[in-house]
Design a protein around this ligand. Sequence first.
Ligand SMILES: Nc1ncnc2c1ncn2[C@@H]1O[C@H](COP(=O)(O)OP(=O)(O)OP(=O)(O)O)[C@@H](O)[C@H]1O
Ligand SMILES: [Mg+2]
Length: 263
Amino acid sequence: MMAHAADTRGRVEFRAVEIAFDGRRGPTPAVTRTTLTLEPGTFTAIIGPSGCGKSTLLNAAAGFIAPAHGEILVDGAPVRGPDPEIGVIFQQYALFPWLTALGNVDFALRRFGFSRAERRQKAMAALAEVGLRGQEKKFPGQLSGGMKQRVAIARTFAGRPKALLMDEPFGALDAQTRGSMHDLLSGVWRAHLATVLFITHDVDEALVLADRIHVMSSGPGRIVESFELSAARPRSAARFDAAQLAMRARILDLLRPAAEPAA
Ligand SMILES: Nc1ncnc2c1ncn2[C@@H]1O[C@H](COP(=O)(O)OP(=O)(O)OP(=O)(O)O)[C@@H](O)[C@H]1O
Ligand SMILES: [Mg+2]
């Protein structure tokens, strides 16, 4: 559904981005100068210990906070605030509780100027794409955690985002549900070819989903090592190839507290 030439849109560039928060002794950098390009249609994962600045980086790309230095560009235009063409999905389900699954997706389509009938048809198709055919009339309170994230994914992709920023979207789900969400997200991502930035704590999740993995370290937050994956899809943590297993070992080493440089 809604196939489009995504290979020319959705380039996200972080240029020498530094993000600071006010501390007791003045502004303290949460993320030090970070330069990173997400090529259109690619899937990038960021992994790192708690507090290393992953969400801060994502929130800056989403336009929720402004960098102290440097800039973030989406298709060449500086991010100045939240942009409806950039989808954001968090761990907590940000659905409107007073709208049905269908209503939530329909709402995201309003800005396109479709007729009511077109919106409904597109929203039904988007929900079918995430495996929720027959659940359209349910309210978020009647859906499981995994189903709510499916609605969030349907809603976001239906809005034809240039880029999709996901901050530990499956962190609250049990392992089995998370596995089926990986299959679902991989499929929807390949069908739409949006640029994805995906934050996780889980090495296997990054190795199953991403083209590129950046490992961050704290004190202060920065990217310490980057990896490129070429393993064929669909992927499964139960069937990692030799390259994935080597990356897994290396990333786990990087994430061990002992690997942190002494303060
Ligand atoms: N609004 C804020 N005000 C002040 N400090 C903040 C703010 N948001 C984040 N920080 C600080 O910035 C650093 C990075 O936080 P961030 O939330 O980006 O980490 P994270 O890598 O996403 O961690 P987690 O894995 O626990 O989600 C932390 O030291 C945190 O305390
Ligand atoms: Mg976070």
